[in-house]
Design a protein around this ligand. Sequence first.
Ligand code: SF4
Length: 424
Amino acid sequence: MPLFTTTVPQVTNNGRPLQAKKRDFVTIDETLRAVNSSPSEGLRIRGAYLHVPFCFHKCHYCDFYSIVDSRDRQGIFTDRLIRELEAASEFIQASVETVFVGGGTPTLLKVEHWQRLLPVMRDRLRITPEVEFTVEANPETVTEELVGVLKAGGVNRVSIGCQSFNPQHLKSLERWHDPQNVHRSVSILRNAGIDNFNLDLIFAIPGQTVDQWLADLNEAIALRPSHISCYGLTYEANTPMTVKMKSGAIEPAEQELEAEMYLATIHRLAEAGYDHYEISNWSRRTPENSDANRCQHNLFYWKNANWWAFGPSASGHVKGLRWKNIGRLGEYLESDALPPITDVEQLDEDGRTGEQLMLGLRLIQGIDGMTLNDLLNRGSQGEPRRDALRRAVECQLIETRTDGGMRFTTAGLLQADSVIAELL
Ligand code: SF4
């Protein structure tokens, strides 16, 4: 038996904690009051995530909460989101540093709704021009009019769900967009003055060869995005893709092939001037600053900062407390002010330490010596964690930094999930 199994890093923004105490409170303000008698005092909310739950089609690999809404509820959804933004003001006492509108397909929201929503966001989240303000876009829904409204409302970064330029592979994913519309979207963004954009790509699609993946990657690089995210396809529970895989209708890529694609990605993007800063994320180096194009919002996730969640099924984190807003659009619309929450988790010290190790190691620079030492001296799991790190170093999956910290080796990145599992 190998010490660690081989897994290529998968689609995940932040890992789920292993140890959590589940509690049920009605709303986040009640929850915060229950764990902290003065919830808003000293609370520095650095990021805001807003979830827009509409899509025009459900892609077969997707397990994010989104619906194809035949009832045209965009207007009442926007009203509801505005009420939530107003209700959360108590907790957001200074300007946030990042805003990320995800989904779903935020660019499916009609211009008239964005025109109502953006001034409230600017006001309630105290958005200044320095704030990194990202909106996710499906290339099929990007128009000049919409981008003009977003830009005027403070949006300065767009993340385009590209996934592949190959029509056959888009078809396997049941992803409905014309690859040419990625090029069209990029032109619209650039013409509007938004040069800061990300392209999301997926590799290890059934039937995809390394050459086909590299063709996708090269087409993305040719568009000179400031940021590229590359994820190995995952088979999430209860998605049509997983049903097809289980029935034998599709065959997942072999692990060796997926690993080859990931290593080819690291090599090709380095050659093209992109800095690999997180397991699945690369930012384009600039002559002045090699990390200028990193996604600050995602860095807040990986650094365990406080961020607030808006919209149905959105997840938030404040001082070790994690929660998820109520998941269904109908229930969300029926609620008022701050919505009911579910999946409330308050990690104990061991859980928090494991999570910090996991999140820190996801970053290519790893964890510095002082922080690592501090983490390994906390809680009751310090010794087993030191042993797990020692074994990973012996297997050359983790290397020691000059300051005594640690980071994954390239071989270790291929097995990151299993190494991290040992540390948790
Ligand atoms: S567009 Fe995005 S959120 Fe919507 S179904 Fe496809 S992958 Fe999921």
